[in-house]
Design a protein around this ligand. Structure first.
Ligand code: GLP
Length: 240
């Protein structure tokens, strides 16, 4: 694991965007694994800036997002499909059909999970961007005594729903389930970029990177991957 610390979130964002830009320059049809949450927003802003100044094109790329809430239509304010349009897709030149997210409205969710895994198998991810939940979740893979490898439906933990309630009018509007890539799918990515910001994540950063490898902290499984780059702001890295 390569760990890099940055004095400011802005420096971190530029560094992360540059890694994606370098990848696309060297491999224009790269498959990018993308994430939602507040952490990647600044990185997406930098990507948009680089795109606008002609330094980054997504023309031949494809993207796969980690997860989506079950029961939220792509048009819903808080769906991850909407989030990605607002924060990235509307402002770059990625062809519409090449942005993939699991469909949380699918009539047959099991079939949707299998279909997503089939697409991932046919389009291996070159670089997967990951944020980190306060309980060590990655994507929506919540701590448990066992984890699933492939895309699956997950019951969200109370703590995760509470953390995400800030984006909804009230806690009861936060969906109780999500569809997420599994840890197995995440670990198949060629390169993984784990990005963490803020003092409130310092403890889980320490546990994830230096603690035991356990399904009770899904991010700790990243320790088994050969090509993980961890980008931390000063606060998130303060216990290492
Ligand atoms: C969400 C997402 C994760 C994200 C995490 C942290 O629930 N499913 O992909 O990494 O929580 O979010 P934030 O970056 O807002 O702290």
């Amino acid at each position: 694991m390569e760990i890099k610390r940055f004095d400011t979130a802005a420096e971190l964002d530029i560094y992360a965007a540059q890694l994606f830009s370098d990848l696309l320059e060297h491999k224009p049809d790269a498959v990018l694994g993308l994430a939602t949450g507040s952490t990647p927003v600044g990185i997406y802003e930098k990507m948009i800036e680089m795109h606008r100044s002609g330094k980054m094109t997504f023309r031949d790329a494809a993207t796969f997002n980690l997860d989506e809430y079950v029961g939220l239509a792509p048009s819903h304010d808080q769906s991850y499909a909407r989030f990605m349009k607002q924060h990235l897709f509307n402002d770059i030149d990625l062809p519409a059909g090449r942005a993939h997210l699991p469909d949380g409205m699918a009539h047959n969710l099991q079939a949707e999970c299998l279909g997503y895994d089939r697409m991932l198998a046919a389009n291996p991810i070159d670089m997967q961007l990951l944020g980190l939940g306060h309980n060590g979740h990655i994507g929506f893979n919540e701590p448990d005594n066992a984890l699933q490898a492939g895309t699956h439906i997950v019951e969200l933990k109370a703590a995760t729903r509470e953390a995400n309630a800030r984006f909804f009018d009230s806690l009861d509007q936060v969906p109780t389930r999500a569809i997420t890539m599994g840890v197995g799918s995440i670990l198949k990515a060629q390169n993984i970029l784990l990005v963490v910001k803020g003092a409130d994540k310092a403890e889980i950063v320490k546990q994830s990177l230096t603690g035991p490898i356990t399904t009770e902290c899904p991010a700790s499984l990243l320790q088994t991957h050969a090509r993980v780059i961890v980008l931390l702001d000063r606060e998130a890295g303060r216990l290492l």
